[in-house]
Design a protein around this ligand. Sequence first.
Ligand code: MOS
Length: 732
Amino acid sequence: MKFDTPAGQNPIDRLAVVGKPTDRIDGKYKTTGTAPYAYERHDVAPNQAYGYVLGATIAKGRVRRIDTAAARRVPGVIAIVTTLDMPKLGLGMMNVANLFGGDEIQHYHQAIAVVVAETFEKARAAAFLVKVDYAPVAGKFDLTAEAKTAKPVEGGSGEGSGGGAEDRHGDFEGAFAQAPARLDETYTTPDESHAMMEPHATVAAWEGEKLTLWTSNQMIAWGKNSVAKILGLKPENVRIDSPYIGGGFGGKLFIRADAVLAALGSKAAKRPVKVALTRPIIINNTTHRPATIQRVRIGATKDGHITAIAHESTSGNLQDGKPETAVDQTKLLYAGANRLTAMRLAHLDLPEGNAMRAPGEAPGLMALEMAMDEMAERLGLDPVEFRIRNDTQVDPGKPERPFSQRDLVGCMRLGAERFGWAQRNPKPGQVRDGQWLVGMGMAAGFRNNLLTKSGARVRLGRDGLVTVETDMTDIGTGSYTIIAQTAAEMMGVPLDRVVVKLGDSDFPASAGSGGQWGANNATAGVYAACVKLREAVAQRLGVNSADAVFEDGQVRAGNRAVPLADAMVGGELTGEDLIEYGDLSKKQQQSTFAGHFVEVGVDVDTAEVRVRRMLAVCAAGRILNPKSARSQVIGGMTMGVGAALMEDLAVDTKRGFFANHDLAGYEVPVHADIPHQEVIFLDEVDPQSSPMKAKGVGELGICGVGAAVANAIYNATGIRVRDYPITLDKLL
Ligand code: MOS
């Protein structure tokens, strides 16, 4: 189905099932431990052996020799494959550093060997006996030091909207110089780790040339093609299965060493092999969100209209790596005739930087929205009012391009009202509650809505069961549930008559889970397949599908009403299709919006920060399931608190690695850190987005939160910390 004109009335609009706060179908399996994660797929292949991955202990250089003799003598060791046994393997989609093979070391903990044994403990014990002789060379590990060598570079993490090295509209420098009110500040964000609950893990088994990987991956079709490329296989000889995923946040967008080494280990051991990357190796072996140095300049009239805005971001990455696209939102969020956004990239030899939840916007808004708060104060304007004054309904760089929908103002107004923003004292450091200095802060949230093709197959059985098959993944987001809701709505059956099967590369290729595009695109693909199935049913019943109504388990056409199951006499029917998009999102900018409000307390003696209340008001098109959408948004808000207050990969700038490589040293918020969170969705539909009229929320939830926390801390204390995370030492 080609979607190239705005959606009209369709069966989803009935909202008998879609739009309801349905519990997650996989919820009980995940919360009771019965959803099998990749490492727990004991039943899929017999006689599984265990692979333990060894990572390089230098950051840059060569492996001269690997001595495996002692390791091979350990009882229970079956096979050892080292990087020197293999040529350098090809790169998979979005891989920047080589995953295995050859003697070159590009970053710390790059995989150099897999030891396969009868048990995990034997594999690990043997791995520690492997002796490696390195020829290290000096590397570059300090972004602050390398920033001056950074070069202009184009964006595009594969998830974001990317953009040029430098985008200009009007005359920024001239307008900024003449602006009556000016701000010029620099903000920094640190390297961050996805820290998902389930580690990267894979069970691999070969049948001749055919390889099956039971793994944990967000993007099945990308993964299949990547494995084929990396291992030199025909894509049709690779199958990937990933039905349950314990979080990804972008860290599982691509194939990583667990999959490659399970496959190579299995080939060498001649039996199925499972590999999990241990937590200490994940941090330096896989990807992370790169640190940024961001300069924001804003010029405005005395009454608070922005006349000039510039946002420049510098980040680092390996050779051929991409910049963090932290300036993207600044192209679209506020009005102003004279604009400059630019990205620069420094070469660093740290592990590969890549997408993490809302790549670009998440760190970008931490800078921009703090700058907006600072500018509002300089102008003597309320921060909400300052943002409202600079709202735009068109792409400010291309005024002929309107937003398909934009109610940022509505989000901020409703949020201010519900949060009690009028009670905020604009003068910082004035409000005390016992030992706590109390402050309120807010920020705008913004993330684009991306359209990408997505396929599905829907089968109707004689028993009246509707079975959906698509390689879409559920990374904890609720894909199973919203897909079931979509199919139930389209076929007019109750939710419990729908079976959803996900994550298998043998199913039609979907949009996958990334860039908050999963919900809208994957359900739209299911919608398209259901349209095909409805046509097949109507044809069998001898009615015009346009006149047929699918409702209450029946197909009604004219004065006939046939139970849906009766239409199956003669056998099962199948509908398969994919949603494809025309130019709609080029002609109109599709984005999602939020107003984030936060109250914090800061201990007057210790400067400990406690978040006391949080509210997000979101405008993101039709909300397919308010319960799973809320869950996504509060998860994003929690991650935003982590970014504001805790998360920080500590770089050892001499040896070139992230030193706090576990969840003891890399802190993320726990339940005790997070107060009551409230989420309100504006009641809207966006007919430009798809037949579902929905948009993404999974990343919107984090976007802006960090700055809202920072702004609240400033309001509480009068201390402006521009270097995240805002740990208590920076407030004393
Ligand atoms: Mo993307 S960072 O997996 O949502």
